[in-house]
Design a binder for this molecule. Structure first.
Ligand code: ASP
Length: 333
């Protein structure tokens, strides 16, 4: 029998109704009691590492989770992490960068209804997560609604529906149906060719700007004053920023000259951006911004926090963005 470690962090899956609303009150042993369905199929150990609504999961918690995985990786066949759905895609993305060379499956899951609710989706999601964690395919994944998504391609797209997550610009890694868990090889990361490392330095000083028509360029001055070191801009369509009347382009220059790393991607959820297509994009590229291509916002933000944590030199950060580390980006050729 495969030995799976279940790390719990809170979220709706472990929540109970309290006077203040749903709060993550159930611990791992309470979750385990509800998983009798797994008896005889998996040998599993439960460890509580956090008790948080995932809105409270931030870079410090990502470090704690990454360290827990790193410490346990040689003792288990796979790891399942229960986590709130709201920021699960960020956690799945950042773990993909923090643990290069990971040689076991790490699968995040959660639910839209608490595990004690009679209509809960928790058991279904845990079933898929455990099957993936026992399957031997290395990498970070997110299991939800019978789908297994590559961690750095997951996006939460629905607030209440059971199919809350999508795999954006990437095929599903596996699906669950009457034939069991079917892996989709074209979507799976290649097995690691070097030992796992824990690269857990992160810089939370990354700001996300969703561009709106007429956005005032002075916002960059404010971010500089606040000592942000990185900015992700969700620009328009395939890639453009305004420069008439309110000139964002000259502000980009000022910010990159001041040592900020700026990643540009699209506010369209699907398909890739290419800032070399239009004049409004090329002008931005000429100011030294980094292209995010088809990365999700979650992957772009966390990759930038991670890259800035690893390096103080903007040229080194830029070099990191020329690499596909975990399947998070396909470059425009
Ligand atoms: N607010 C909850 C959380 O992210 C939502 C959920 O788990 O579905 O922790």
């Amino acid at each position: 029998m495969k030995h799976i470690l279940l790390l719990t962090t809170g979220g709706t899956i472990a929540s109970r109704r309290t006077a203040d609303g749903l709060a993550p009150e159930l611990d791992g042993s309470a979750l385990a009691q509800r998983l009798q369905v797994f008896e005889g199929h998996y040998h599993f150990t439960v460890r509580d590492i956090l008790h948080l609504d995932s809105s409270n999961i931030q870079p410090e918690e990502w470090q704690l989770i990454a360290r827990a995985i790193y410490a346990a990786k040689d003792d288990y066949d796979g790891i399942v992490i229960t986590h709130g759905t709201d920021t699960m895609a960020y956690t799945a993305s950042v773990l993909s960068f923090m643990l290069p060379g990971l040689s076991i499956p790490v699968v995040l899951t959660g639910s839209q209804l608490p595990i004690d609710h009679p209509l809960t989706d928790a058991t279904e999601n845990l079933r898929a997560a455990f099957a993936m964690a026992a399957g031997g395919q290395s990498g970070v994944f997110l299991a939800f609604d019978r789908k297994i998504i590559l961690g750095c391609r997951a996006v939460k797209t629905r607030t209440t529906a059971f199919d809350a997550f999508e795999s954006v610009n990437w095929p599903l890694c596996a699906t669950v149906d009457g034939s069991g868990l079917t892996l989709h090889p074209e979507a799976l990361p290649s097995p690691p060719d070097r030992p796992c490392r824990l690269l857990d330095a992160l810089d939370p000083g990354v700001f996300l700007i969703k561009l709106t028509p007429g956005l005032r360029p002075e916002i960059f001055d404010v971010l500089l004053q606040m000592h942000y070191r990185g900015i992700v801009i969700e620009a328009f369509g395939a890639g453009g920023l305004h420069f008439i009347r309110r000139d964002l382009i000259s502000q980009l220059q000022k910010a990159t000259d001041a040592g900020l790393s700026i990643v540009v991607c699209s506010q369209c959820l699907y398909e890739r951006s290419d800032f070399s297509l239009y004049q409004v994009g090329r002008k931005a590229l000429s100011q030294g911004v980094i292209q995010g291509f088809d990365m999700t916002t979650e992957a772009a933000v966390t990759k930038l926090m991670w890259a800035l944590g690893q390096n103080s030199d903007p040229a080194a950060v830029r070099r990191i963005f020329t690499q596909n580390l975990a399947g998070e980006v396909r470059f425009v050729v």
